[in-house]
Ligand binder design. Sequence first.
Ligand code: ADP
Ligand code: MG
Length: 753
Amino acid sequence: AVTPGNKRFGLAWVELSTGDFYAMDVVPERLADELARVGAAECLLPESYLQQLPEELRRCLPRTLSGRPDWNFDPNTTKPTLLQQFRVLTLNGFGFDDDQPCLIAAGAVVLYLQETLKSSLGHLKRLQPFRSDAVLTLDEVTRRSLELTRTLRENAREGSLLSLLDRTVTPMGARFLHDAILTPLAQRPAIEARLDAVEELLQDLALRDDLRQILTGVFDLQRLTARISTGRATPRDLASVARTLRSLPKLKARLSARRSALLQQLEQQLDLCADLREALDAALEDDPPLQPKEGGVIRPGYDPQLDEYRALMRDGKNWIASYQAKEITRTNIPSLKVGFNSVFGYYIEITNVHTAKVPPDYIRKQTLKNAERYITPELKEYEEKILTAEQNASKLEVELFTRLRDGIAAQTHRLQRTAEVLAQIDFLAALAELAASRQYVRPQLVDAPILEIREGRHPVLEQLLPPGTFVPNDVILTPEVGQLWLITGPNMSGKSTFIRQVALLTLMAHMGSFVPARQAKVGITDRIFTRVGASDELNRGQSTFMLEMTEAANILNNATPRSLVILDEIGRGTSTYDGVSLAWAITEHLHDIIQARTLFATHYHELAQLAETLPRLRNCNVAVKELADDVLFLHKITPGSATKSYGIHVARLAGVPTAVLQRAQTILHVLESRHQLPTQPRPEPPISPLSIEGPLPVMAGPASAPIPHRKRPTPELIEPPERPRRKKERGSDSPGLFGAIDEMTPNRDNSPH
Ligand code: ADP
Ligand code: MG
């Protein structure tokens, strides 16, 4: 639910299956991101507000919007609703101030659930304040373009980062991993705690194997718990809970005396729920049926009354069997049989061959094609006994089952906590398993806004390519060495792969995972932004240039010096001059004003000239080897800028006719000799948008107050009075950076045009 406020929106969301219920206040300019992170299926809004919903808000809301009466968003209604739901007198204990707007949204959620579910909301035990500075923010575009949980083209899980990282063995662990990928952590102690645990599980193979082995046998306790508390659990569900609880003591024992604080903490939090297990084990049959009325749910010996009914049923059935034998002898009809149907109850069936032998005390009830069916008073008398016993037993069994389920339902918060612990253990063990199987290393987290990755590999592509064929690459982003890398190179050379790889490794480090690299030093990051070139996003088919600029605007308005910005081709959707000019200006702004760690892949090799005026910009390119009539992409990022686009080369490989290629070559020469991009120093940069004070438009403005890390650059920093012209960037400028790989750049020494 979203509730509009003066300065802050109130936001509350619930995951019904697990009972996770969160609320937070959001400043308008962060609302879109938070909504994207939550990714709700349905959103509640006050009816009157829904009618005049601002378009920019509608765009970031889920498709299903439910208008609710305005009184549902009235604190006089919502407050008592919440206090009653949680049986508290104030929400301070949950970490809220009682007048926060998000509590109104939370109350509206509870009212809606009460009305629509019409069942107990017993598993909503608490409302948690969501702290967004505790997580690394990923906007919707970034999640999509990094293919975190779904691929761009197929929109499938298969091929996403999630699918390639997932080594979990329970659905709970898989969900935890999913959430951890979408909400990586942004605070060092929390990340280190996970890394410590993963490291311990990585080093102790036996421990890891044992834990995973035990977890393989547990059921989805989160889903089961949700079904119990909403009264939907079947006998089989309860048996699954019992079986899960039975494996806990072994798990807890295995977790004891661990080095890592997080594993110790999980061990302590793991509630064995022994009382619940005993209650379930005492009552339930080992393999109960799906429906309680099918019978055979409750174990013999659990309830004396039930045992008595069952004895009566058994006796009755025995009596029927002996009655049939007796009647066969009496009538001398060997084929006589006693049967049962729901219309007539018990009957005696005699085939027409023997009609003559039917005794006079038989009462005819039904005529079939080859037989007649009869009843006798004696038979009916026993029928009554059996059916009554059956009904009583069935009713009692349902009753006993319901009582059992309700008893467990009153304790669901404990089961939930246990489920959370299981999810986390599975998650951590899975990350350890992944690190072991793919030779990942532990990233070193630092507070400085830097990034140093040696021999990094793309986690997804590496697993998809034949072993040993992926080419690892380094990245070093520091204020000294350069914080903005401009990567030029022809199409298909590996630019996109490289920059995404850097984003993915940064993200993985923040979720507490080891990373595919020889070594990684990762500065704590507040946000990752990516924008992916139009042609790389074939499936969307929108006005791509507008989209591209909207995404660029978002980055320019919201990135901070703590952010990581990944730009993949800016300005491709418009004319070349337009495109280069925009890319040029955007690069300057990112470098001078935002000062975020930035990787910018572009096929505009003209942009390389920026190195002359931007001191913290480094030119890189992807090594290409020109053979007689072939181009070999080495996928190696090397210093210096690319000097050619190889477009015509690629066109030849694609089979474009020779005459066309030759003509293109001629035109290229003419154009290259004519067009000159600005090499003269640029004018004073415009006033930084950061220095504009006052109210900001909803969603479009730069994040102002709440981002603590943002440094407002002083004007001197933006434009030093006399910036010395730098020598043209060449590989030899920074010999220590890449070392021996330098000589792999064939075009490094060619003149640009
Ligand atoms: P660009 O963005 O420069 O057009 P891509 O990053 O899309 O190029 O890469 C093109 C193809 O090259 C990828 O699909 C992949 O198969 C291959 N590739 C890219 N980087 C590497 C690498 N480091 N090692 C091996 N193959 C790579
Ligand atoms: Mg690309």
